[in-house]
Write a protein that binds this ligand. Structure first.
Ligand SMILES: Cc1cc2nc3c(=O)[nH]c(=O)nc-3n(C[C@H](O)[C@H](O)[C@H](O)COP(=O)(O)OP(=O)(O)OC[C@H]3O[C@@H](n4cnc5c(N)ncnc54)[C@H](O)[C@@H]3O)c2cc1C
Length: 439
């Protein structure tokens, strides 16, 4: 197939977003060349030059055109432009395909639902979304998922689950669900690339996305020293002082991980107390004693300074011992100061991905998390809209663990199975009644 444009991907070792980029092109059946820059200074310089100064991997090129990192590649995928650049676009209106079940998301919840639904002969179509494999692909070390006494890397766990789901007949597809029309049955499910499906049931397993602060410097420096993924980008800033923003589990884990590379890791947290599990707080305190981490309590980031050419140079922080200093900027006790760091990592929580469900009538809480019935007995994953079910972090803002997401995924698939059986029964009795009326 000499028609295919030349795809090149600069990667590095232990880079979840590089894996995502490769998975995306694999799923399209597109061949590509990879250049691993880890430990190869010349190749790294080449990447930085071709990527117009960006120092993060992956960097994707199609026919020598800079596409960018994972975010830029995923954005093009969302609009369908990636397929255009790859020459994969077929003309003409797409056929509307009907599926018994569509699952939004290939995180742990969606994939577990797919395994169960596949085994239950419910023929699931699983849409990957803009983060194929979900959040767990961002971590190299999952130590608490049952069955892996030595631990397992997030991407390996996700890939195993994908394989298992496919073995049971699930179909995985790249794409992002834009909307679900619940005014019609079967539901009409539209993807951002224009593909349209109908489905008898939908499982929303669309997880939650990393939050940002919206401070000056953020847009310009994201990918140039500012990152939401320490495991992906930490190694690029070896020897630098690094700032982690946040006070929950993710912040503790990322700060601990970054001590491998950083001169000193600073944690800026807006309160006095961390909101992380004691296990992580203890690990951080061990690192504090070793002089590898310093904690800045009651401190918030208000600006990131630097340039795309030089990366992050320093940040502006505010501190007030009563906590939440940005709410107290007029307080004379609030101290604003400049602080030198070479990289900044956000670990400040997530926003549930529920936009595509707006208009369906499914209830969400104030933050956008999807509400399900919960409780005991069957039907726990039902939303207010019969036929739409929810599972994983998109529902469960409290536990947000891989194993709890898996548990909810299995429940959702079992609830769907019951729902589809009821639906089939209702349809066949309606047909029998109609036939009797015709006689
Ligand atoms: C850095 C990090 C480390 C972690 N480490 C651990 C750990 O060690 N142990 C542990 O138990 N948990 C860990 N977690 C938490 C764990 O990853 C999550 O609880 C789990 O991934 C939630 O799974 P999920 O399937 O609900 O959602 P997610 O993993 O968030 O997956 C959501 C999926 O939905 C897709 N999606 C979103 N919107 C749409 C749409 N519109 N259309 C179609 N698809 C869509 C996304 O692309 C994605 O595939 C970690 C999380 C992070 C960020």
């Amino acid at each position: 197939m000499s028609e295919q444009p030349r795809v090149e991907i600069y990667t590095k070792t232990q880079c979840p977003y590089c894996e995502k980029a490769k998975d995306l092109f694999d799923s399209k059946g597109v061949e590509y060349e990879t250049y691993n820059v880890t430990g190869d200074d010349d190749l790294f310089e080449e990447m930085v030059e071709r990527a117009e100064g960006r120092k993060t991997a992956p960097e994707v090129f199609i026919d020598d055109e800079l596409i960018g990192g994972w975010d830029q590649t995923a954005a093009l995928e969302e609009t369908g432009e990636l397929d255009e650049k790859l020459g994969l676009v077929t003309d003409g209106g797409s056929e509307v395909e009907h599926r018994k079940l569509i699952i939004a998301g290939t995180g742990i919840a969606g994939l577990t639902a797919a395994i169960y639904a596949g085994r239950g002969d419910n023929d699931p179509l699983v849409i990957e979304g803009d983060e194929p494999g979900g959040q767990l692909t961002l971590t190299t070390d999952v130590a608490n998922y049952p069955g892996f006494p030595e631990g397992i890397s997030g991407p390996d766990l996700v890939n195993n689950m994908k394989e298992q789901a496919k073995q049971f007949g699930a179909e995985l597809k790249n794409g992002i669900i834009e909307s679900v029309d619940a005014d019609q049955r079967p539901f009409r499910v539209e993807l951002t690339n224009g593909d349209v499906y109908t489905a008898d049931a939908v499982i929303a397993a669309s997880g939650a996305s990393a939050r940002t602060l919206g401070v000056p410097g953020e847009d310009e420096l994201m990918g140039y020293g500012l990152s939401t993924c320490a495991t992906c980008d930490g190694a690029f800033f070896r020897g630098e002082d690094m700032l982690v923003v946040g006070g929950g589990d993710a912040a503790m884990e990322e700060a601990t991980f970054l001590t491998k590379f950083a001169d000193t890791v600073y944690i800026a947290h807006r309160r006095e107390e961390f909101r992380a599990e004691q296990y992580w707080v203890d690990r951080v305190h061990e690192k504090v004693e070793d002089g590898e981490i310093e904690i800045m309590k009651n401190t918030e980031l208000t600006e990131i300074h630097g340039s795309q050419e030089e990366g992050v140079d320093h940040v502006t922080l505010v501190e007030n011992e009563q906590g939440h200093p940005t709410d107290r900027l007029d307080d004379p006790e609030t101290n604003e100061f400049e602080f030198d760091v070479g990289a900044v990592f956000y670990a400040i929580g997530h926003t549930p991905n529920t936009d595509y469900l707006e208009g369906t009538g499914a209830t969400m809480d104030d933050e956008g998390y999807l509400r399900t019935q919960g409780g005991s007995g069957g039907g726990q994953t039902e939303t207010d809209v019969p036929g739409i079910f929810g599972a994983g972090d998109v529902v469960d803002y409290h536990y947000q663990q891989a194993v709890t997401a898996a548990g909810m995924g299995s429940k959702a698939a079992l609830d769907v199975d019951e729902y589809l059986e009821d639906l089939e029964r209702a349809e066949s009795s309606a047909e029998t009644e109609a036939a009797a009326a015709d006689d």
